[in-house]
Each structure stands twice: as C-alpha cells, then as structure tokens.
Design a protein around this ligand. Structure first.
Ligand code: IVH
Length: 670
C-alpha cells in the first residue's frame, strides 16, 4: 500500500469513527473544526486522485446510520443534507463565486442569514395538519423515529392552524436545550448522583433519543424551525417569507437581529461579526451563521451535491476557547462514591472568567479524550458556563507523556472500585470512605436537604478533621461549648450554628429522606416517598414491590432504596438519627397527591423577599403543585417577585393568574 492509500484509509476510518461518536453515541471526541479538517483533507486527496475514490467513503455520506438502537428507523426519500462550511471571510466570497458561476448569472443573488443552532436536526411530518411522524437526521436518509418523545416537547406544535396546507408537510429544524435548562438539568443530575452532560447539545441529544418518553418529558427542550421539505407548499418566493409563514403556522422561528435578509456578502460579514460578539448573550448555544440564497426559484436551479445544498453555507465561529496546560488529573469521590476524574489546569481566562478545573466525567470520557498530565489543551465553557476540555493539542504533547491510568482503587480509602455493566461511572463501594462521608455531610446540610445555614464545605471539613463529629447525625450532639472553641468561631457564630442545627431537627420528612444520599433519590423522589411512607422507619421496611407501585417511582429508584436499607452502616446511621436523645422529629407536610394545590402549575419569576426559589418550589410541590420553568397557556399561576423577567408579559399574554408575594403566601397558607 502506498503512503497515500494509507493516509486515505486512515482518514476514512477516523471520519467513520467520529461519525459514530457524533451520531450514534452523542459523544463527539473532537471539535467540529477538527472534524472538518479531516474531511477536507480526505476530499482533497480523493479529488486529486480520482482512481482512489470509493462509493462507501464517508466523504459521500453525512454520518453513520444509527444501528443497534432500539428506536425504530425512518427512511426518507428526500435526505436531510449537511451544509458546506466557510471558515473565514474569503470562503464566504468563494461561496458567492460558486453560486454565480453555477447559475451563469451576471450579478450575485441576495441572501438570508440565521444563527446556526448547536442542537439536533429533526424532521416533523404533518398529515392533515396533525403531527404524525418525527425523526432525527441520522445519516440523512435513515433517521430514528422519535415521535413519542417529540410529542412531549411543548414548543413543537402538534396541530397546525387552518392557514397551513392540509397535505403532507415536513418541517425541518433544530431541537436544542437552552443554556439555563442545561445548567438546571446538570444540577439535578449531580444532586441525584448521576453524571452531568458535557454540553447543551449532548443533553438535548440524550434527552431526545430516549426509549422512554417520560424521560424526555421531564427535560426542557426547545425547537427552531428552519426549513420545509416541500418548499412550494408555503407558496412563498423567498426563504425570508418562508420563515414568516412557518411562524404563522405556529412554529418557533429564531428572531434575533441575525435572522434577516442581507443584500451583499459584506453585509453578511457584518451580521456575522455582530453575532459573534453577542453570542454569549443568546439563551442558547450557536456555532455559526447559516447564509442562504434568498430566492427559492434559485434553490431549484442550484440543487445539491450528495452532501450539501449549493444554495447555502454555514459560516463557522472560531471557537471561543483558550489553551492551557493540564497540571495534574485528580480523581474526586462524590457522596454516592462516584469517581470523577478532574483536570486541574493552569488558570486561564475564557470569555471573562478564569478556568482552572474541568471535569472529565468518567473513565471512558477520559480515555476518549486521552487527556494526559502535562498536555496543552483547548478549553471552553459549555453552555457558556461549564469548563470543558475540547481537545488536546497533540502537536504540543511532551515526548514522554503517558496515558492517565484510571485507578482501580478509591484514591481516598483504597477500596477496590466497582463499575457495573452498562454504567459509565466507577464507584467506591465503601460508604465509610472519608471522602464520601464528607460529601454526604455537605449534602445533608445543603439547601435541598436539611438546609442548615452556615454549614458548607469548609465547615464540614473542619468538623470532621477536628473529630467533632463522625457522621451527620452527630451534628445533633454538638454543643455550643465545643463549637465555640473551633478556629474562627466566636460566641455569636457558634450560637448561630447551634440554632440552625436545632431548626433542622423538625424539618419535613422529605428533607430527611433526601439528606440520606440514597442513589437516584433526589428532591422529587424524596417527596413522593415521604408522602407515601410517612416515616423513615416505614421507608426502611419497604419492599421493591411496594415501592414500584408508587407513581413516578421506577425500578431503579425502588431497588436503590431497598439496597440502601440493606447496608448495616446505613441502618445504624438512620437509627442513630432517630434515637430519642437527638430529639429529631421529621414533620409531615401536606400530602402531595390530594394536596390543596394538586394539578396546579406554577412558574416563578423575580425575587421573593421571604423565600428563596428552592423554598418556594418546595412549598408548592409539597402541597401537590408543580413548578415549571416557562409560561404557557397551561400555567395556572405566575408568582412574580421583585424585578420580574419577561415571564410576566408572557403570563399576561396567556391570561395566567399573576400572584404577588403576599397573594402567593396566602395561597400556600390555605
Ligand atoms: S439549514 C438549506 N439552518 O446544520 C437552508 N441548518 O443543516 C436551510 N443547523 O445538522 C437552513 N442551525 O441541524 C440550517 N439555522 C439553520 C441551522 C442549521 C443549525 C444544522 C442542522 C444540520 C446542519 C446542516
């Protein structure tokens, strides 16, 4: 084999592998820019050496067909294509040159621009104005059937108004997750001992490609329409008009200043630069600007290659990233024993914030990225918040570096770690591991558990290392005299802490359940369990069968609760917590089901003066209500605190009852 064939073979297999990672596993290993470099190199080699072309080359297809998934497949006649990319200004002019040459035109066309969303392409098929099939892009021709999942997405219309055509209509667009919803989801996942998503795109993909649509339902997904398979059906002459039509038919259409007509390429470039400067302020992630020939009659004449249409180009942003060095890789132990590798890096500024740590999530992710100590890496902030290593700068890798070896034992207590089949996370099984105890103590006192004011990570560490307590229940044995003697404590602060702990003795039962750090049992499950069992002692005796009969308690949660109470360490902790001398007496709040607010949907906006968000939410949910993040026509109440946001006007639009703080408290007091 020649060196050339060798290289082509390597590029083809690498690109196929990256296609799989991207399309099948929602877990890309390299940035889009790095992927494009590989693809371009392959295309160039194939073009320069036509004798080496192959029909199965990944340069001819968009991505890998999703095999081996249980979602059923959907084949489409008119494939969903990719977009050609322009990496710099001169490549945008190249796009115009190609268009003009292809059309044999005397003057260039006019354009339309729209942000390029970083989510998942989907197709929504309507028949007689009813949504009847939704699919992912997959390899373009064959995608996955995600209809039942899409049915749970509020932003997607299920029925179209009479102004829409009655015949078959296939709307294409992007399902994505807003940055704020991504951050909230990750917070919840971490609270439940699950590994967080790396970025909003992965979170959206993971949420959409679920076999169980009740999972999708609990994730907040959003949608933007950007195209129509049957463009004639809209009866418009331009793409700009087509977008307006889609909006009239009830589809969310992006409406920032960058979604507009542009007469010339210099105008396009101006829009691109402005968007690049403002992208952080958008509620969702974008990775470029899609430039489209505006006139639809020209689309027909320009047509498409097997990969992409000739009438559009995606102008990509330079990733807002920085480079820094990995100083070392630490393996941290969470409260459920999860071992999480974390890269500790030389501090570097990205978009105005200093980054010095990035999670590598788990062993597989670490292997995939092959981050090593001493490596130079590119970092950015996923969702503009979470530090993420995009890739290693391989050219700069020190000569004798070695792959990081993920420890077989817990780095803190030395116990052999366990990684169950089908799980990405390895865990330290030793509940008595000091790192777990510390993490559990922090959780025990946290906002969503017993909410002990002033007891954060620093104090938790201090109390344990001073041997003042061994486990969380010992907090209730702490005396003022002991606390007062601790470094940085005085009479007043000691008094405050003792009072805060005192208050915790009678907090509600669901808080106590949540405080135990039972795997998969977060705030919501704790409320359901509290509502049904009414005491810790009863919960401890529950069987898997009984647990499974509860609404919203799945087999995983049920098993996890039973497993928890099978460990002597845990039962001894719970009996200690309930021993009479500690005076702990969890209170029972109103039932969830059958509570006075059962079925009522609340949305909160602005700041309340007497309650935090978490408290307000807890008060609503323990009375049977639900707190949702966005206003819709189904919302019953908008609670508007100080400085309310745009939700207030949305609520007015939908005629939702608006409660000020006083009215809200009154309603809760019923
Ligand atoms: S296409 C043909 N517009 O980019 C012209 N695609 O399409 C119609 N994408 O994975 C516009 N944002 O999911 C278009 N505003 C946008 C887009 C967009 C994101 C994605 C799409 C697909 C890839 C190629």
């Amino acid at each position: 084999m020649t060196q050339l064939e060798d290289r082509i073979g390597f590029l083809r297999s690498e690109i196929k592998r990256h296609n799989d990672l991207y399309f099948k596993f929602d877990n890309p290993e390299i940035s889009d820019a790095a992927y494009d470099l590989l693809l371009r190199e392959l295309e160039k080699l194939e073009n320069d050496h036509p004798e080496l072309k192959s029909l199965t080359s990944p340069s001819k297809t968009v991505g890998a067909a999703p095999e081996g998934r249980a979602l059923s497949q959907v084949k489409r006649d008119n494939p969903m294509l990719s977009l050609d990319k322009a990496m710099n200004e001169s490549e945008i002019f190249d796009f115009e040159d190609r268009v003009v040459r292809f059309l044999g035109a005397l003057s260039p066309p006019t354009y339309h621009t729209m942000p390029k969303f970083d989510g998942l392409a989907v197709e929504l098929c309507y028949e007689q104005r009813k949504l009847n099939l939704a699919s992912t892009r997959g390899d373009g021709t064959v995608g996955e059937n995600i209809t039942s999942n899409v049915n749970t997405i509020e932003a997607i219309p299920k029925t179209l108004p009479p102004s829409a055509p009655e015949g078959r209509l296939s709307v294409r667009g992007e399902v994505y997750m807003e940055k704020k919803d991504f951050l909230r989801l990750n917070e919840e996942r971490e609270a439940d001992g699950e590994s967080p998503f790396a970025n909003p795109r992965n979170a959206a993909a993971g949420s959409l490609r679920q076999l169980d649509s009740s999972v999708t339902k609990n994730r907040k997904l959003s949608f933007f329409a950007y195209g129509l398979n049957e463009i004639e059906a809209a009866g418009t002459l331009t793409y700009s008009q087509l977008m307006k039509k889609l909006a009239l038919w009830g589809f969310p259409v992006e409406s920032s200043a960058a979604s507009c007509e542009a007469k010339t390429i210099p105008e396009v470039i101006q829009i691109f630069k402005r968007l690049d400067n403002q992208r952080e302020a958008l509620p969702y992630e974008i990775d470029g600007l899609v430039v489209t020939v505006d006139e639809l009659s020209l689309w027909k004449r320009l047509g498409a290659t097997s990969r992409a249409p000739r009438y559009a180009v995606a102008v990509k942003f330079k990733p807002r990233a920085a480079q820094t060095k990995v100083l070392n890789i630490e393996v941290q132990v969470g409260r459920t024993g999860a071992l999480t590798p974390v890269a500790v890096m030389a501090p570097v500024e990205v978009g105005g914030v200093t980054i010095s740590q990035a999670t590598l999530h788990n062993e597989d992710e670490l292997k995939r990225k092959d981050v090593r100590e001493g490596d130079l890496v590119k970092v950015h902030r996923a969702g503009d918040v979470i530090p993420e290593i995009i890739e290693v700068v391989l050219e700069a890798r020190p000569p004798h570096s070695a792959p990081f070896i993920f420890p077989k034992n817990c780095p803190i207590c030395g116990t052999t770690s366990i990684r169950r089949e089908n799980e990405a996370v390895a865990r330290c099984p030793n509940r008595a591991c000091p790192a777990q105890i510390e993490a559990r103590l922090i959780h025990f006192a946290s906002k969503n558990a017993l909410d002990i004011e002033g007891l954060g990570p620093k104090l938790a560490n201090q109390l344990l290392s001073a041997n003042l307590i061994e486990r969380p229940s010992d907090l209730f044995r702490l005396s003022f005299d002991k606390v007062k003697l601790m470094p940085r404590f005085g009479e007043k602060s000691a008094q405050n802490l003792i009072e805060a702990i005192d208050k915790a003795r009678t907090k509600s039962l669901w808080r106590f359940i949540n405080s135990l750090s039972i795997r998969h049992v977060g705030e919501r499950s704790s409320q359901i369990l509290a509502d049904h069992f009414k005491s810790l002692a009863a919960l401890a005796k529950a069987s898997v069968e009984e647990l499974k009969t509860l609404n919203d308690v799945g087999p995983e949660v049920a098993q996890s609760v039973v497993d928890f109470f099978q460990s002597p360490l845990n039962t001894s902790f719970v009996s200690d917590l309930l021993s009479p001398e500690l005076n702990v007496s969890p209170s029972l709040e109103q039932n969830i089901e059958g509570g006075p607010l059962t079925g009522k949907r609340f949305v909160l906006t602005g700041t309340l003066s007497t309650l935090t968000r978490a408290e307000a939410k807890a008060r609503v949910t323990t009375k049977g209500g639900r707190v949702l993040s966005s206003v819709s026509k189904e919302t019953d109440y908008l609670v508007a605190g100080e400085a309310p946001g745009s939700k207030l006007s949305e609520a007015r639009k939908f005629n939702v009852t608006i409660l000020d703080e006083e009215a809200f408290l009154k309603l809760l007091g019923q």
